[in-house]
Design a protein around this ligand. Structure first.
Ligand code: ZN
Length: 204
């Protein structure tokens, strides 16, 4: 399986990242390897040799059908489950690689950098207007609504499936709202859809 992720898909986060909040012509896509998955509430062991590690709280969509060149209007037929995840990012390394004009894949693809909450059937939620949030040590650090995405889930699927065949089990990290920041050992992260907790793990 593969993990597809979208960068700068919320204007307010794009603004805090590099001062631009404009909608790009197409979604900014990158991938994380399957070895980056961390799930079932397992501890995240901070790879402190990588420098600053930032949390990015995101809605994650699970693909349930093989498809390529999927039009946006049919895209909803290709996923069945959603959760809240964390796209951990080695921020110092990412900025260093961007400055060099080098690929920054490794700053996003290290082990355990794709944390998954418990999946929920997508039918139970309105993905066009879904509140989600992240708390650290009981303080809300990020909150967003799916309606603020610059590219909707269906538009992301249309775009990326022109390049890559989507397969059952593939995951899409749909981008983070504003408020990203570093984690430290001892932090307790919880992710929510509205008031419903779907993600719960600790940094060790
Ligand atoms: Zn992200």
């Amino acid at each position: 399986m593969k993990i597809i992720a979208v960068g700068k898909n919320y204007a307010a986060h794009a603004m805090e990242f590099d001062g631009t909040g404009e909608k790009p012509a197409s979604p900014m896509i990158f991938m994380k390897p399957d070895s980056s998955i961390l799930k079932n509430g397992k501890h995240f062991y901070l790879p402190d040799w990588l420098g600053r590690i930032d949390y990015e709280c995101e809605i994650v969509v699970r693909i349930n059908k093989l498809g390529r060149s999927i039009p946006a209007r049919f895209a909803h037929r290709y996923y069945d489950a959603i959760t809240v995840g964390i796209d951990f990012t080695a921020r110092d390394l990412q900025r260093q690689l961007i400055a060099q004009g080098a690929p920054w894949e490794l700053s996003k693809g290290f082990d355990c950098s794709a944390v998954l909450g418990e999946f929920r059937p997508v039918e139970g939620y309105d993905l066009s207007n879904l509140d989600f949030s992240l708390t650290i040590n009981d303080e809300t650090v990020q909150s967003g609504n799916s309606s603020q995405m610059l590219f909707s889930v269906d538009e992301i699927i249309e775009y990326v499936s022109r390049f890559c065949t989507l397969k059952t089990g593939d995951l899409i990290f749909t981008g983070t709202p504003a408020g990203v920041g570093p984690v430290k050992i001892g932090d307790h992260l919880r992710g929510y859809f509205g008031d419903e907790k779907v993600l719960d793990f600790r940094v060790r």
